[in-house]
Design a binder for this molecule. Sequence first.
Ligand code: OAD
Length: 275
Amino acid sequence: MEPEQQRLLDRGLAAEGPIVVLTGAGISAESGIPTFRGEDGYWTVGSKNFHPTEMATQAAFRRMPEEVWRWYLYRRSVCRRADPNPAHHAIVQLERALGDRFLLLTQNVDGLHLRAGNTLERTYQIHGNIDYLRCGDAPESLQPVPLEIGEQWGKDSPFTEEARALLSCCEGGRLSRPHVLWFDEYYDEALFHFESSIHAAAQASLLIVIGTSGSTNLPMQVGTIVARRGAPMIVINRDPSPFSRMVEGSGSGWFAEGKAGDHLPPIVEYLAERA
Ligand code: OAD
């Protein structure tokens, strides 16, 4: 690491406030989970191909709930087969070193951060978790519960009566929904830690952004707030993104272009030794 980069990390450690890590699909790419906007995301129903931004909607769920569930069950089986990679493990090391100063905001629904060892208390899953379902959207049915259905789902696995029974909720056998935030829905505090994430951005002494294209609202707000405050910010990504543009030339951060598994461990090592 360059001396200037070390100085920024020292500044983050010395200031008050949480050290916040924000992750996206890129951190799980090295675990073999396709990124959200990569080529593997399409889903075929009959003769039509749907983009994930069409499948992951309330509108699609209302129109074809079983197809949306089949898509999620397939994606869940991909997530369950994957293991955390060195970048996930580095973030666990960082939480252990920082304790209550640590906060993780993840857009990933794959659960790999928690499986690697990050605590639920300090992990805000701001887009939900694919291993959970909810009865519906009414406030009284919001509590997410773990899925109790087999993990092996191929792209062609049929939606059986048994699957329907296992995914039905308390209210008269109505089909539950995946516990994920959809494109035609809004962030909130109760399920997705919206206000708490904004608050963390306003207080953060250092932000590390990893593997996200900056296509969603809350992560962009978090980055923008931290950048405006001039707090140190490190962006690790395979490609340039709106986040990399926030730090380039700012003097208060840097863009580490490349893989999370290459760039993150030395940064964590440096922070953990001095925490
Ligand atoms: P995207 O698929 O949009 O972006 C993944 C980013 O990771 C891209 O910028 C890649 O260049 C980068 N990347 C890929 N491999 C990498 C690696 N090994 N190391 C570092 N970077 C790598 O995924 P997200 O930004 O997470 O939300 O997408 C955000 C949200 O879009 C998802 O959570 C999903 C979708 O809307 C919802 O479903 C609500």
